[in-house]
Design a protein around this ligand. Structure first.
Ligand code: GSH
Length: 213
């Protein structure tokens, strides 16, 4: 039975869930949510996602929200199929993996959100973007990517030499960066970041999603 993902594929958080479904060969169905008309704030939606955001999933009656938690659930629930090793089992490898999961949220997602606030959400509301703020976030983001360059200079992926969910979690936001006109992940000034970015975004699991956007 296909997992039902409530949301729209334009959402980076929905893309994160779809991406892991593709990696794990889990069929999914996107159930559109009419956000323009506030469907995500209706009581029937809030019953399943108290914060009124997309996505949440319904996997044969099991309801879950927060895209990274959903990605974790899908990986473990469908452990025997698709790509293996996305969540390490050795205690120390798992700790390093959790470090990378937290790094994505603290140092990557936060910067992309800052840029999207100016370049996407304000545009959506017909507001002028604050370019001084964009420059400030970009400067901070560049220092974060310098740290990524050091990490990825020592290992192939963010949690070691094997691909994990921590890498995949970056993909949708990184793609949005490019759509906003920031090519900082491809820059040859950080060859290891550029090599990693090309590697994780050329996976068939992601190429299939981009084709649907
Ligand atoms: N941390 C959440 C973020 C979800 C999120 O921000 N969803 C956005 C769309 S990408 C949303 O629903 N925004 C509408 C709102 O917050 O009212 C996740 O990863 O699932």
């Amino acid at each position: 039975m296909a997992i039902k993902i409530y949301g729209v594929l334009l959402s980076t958080a929905v893309q994160r869930v779809a991406l892991v479904c593709n990696e794990k060969n889990v069929p999914y169905e996107i159930i559109p949510v009419d956000m323009k008309n506030g469907a995500h704030k209706e009581p029937s939606f809030l019953k399943n996602h108290p914060f009124g955001q997309i996505p949440y999933i319904d996997d044969d009656g099991f309801i879950l929200y927060e895209s990274r938690a959903i990605a974790h659930y899908i990986t473990k629930q469908y452990a025997s199929q698709g790509t293996q090793g996305l969540i390490p089992t050795d205690v120390k490898e798992e700790a390093i993996y959790e470090q990378a999961i937290a790094t994505e949220l603290s140092h990557f997602d936060s910067q992309v959100t800052g840029l999207a606030m100016e370049r996407v959400y304000k545009k959506y509301r017909n507001l002028e973007s604050d370019e001084a703020k964009v420059a400030e976030v970009l400067a901070t983001f560049n220092t974060k990517l310098d740290a990524y360059e050091v990490i990825l200079g020592k290992q192939r992926y963010v949690a070691g030499d094997n691909l994990t969910l921590a890498d995949l979690n970056h993909v949708p936001n990184g793609h949005m960066l490019k759509r906003m006109g920031f090519d900082i992940l491809d820059s040859e000034t950080r060859p290891n970041v550029a090599r990693w970015w090309k590697d994780i975004t050329s996976r068939p699991s992601w190429v299939a999603i981009v084709a649907d956007l």
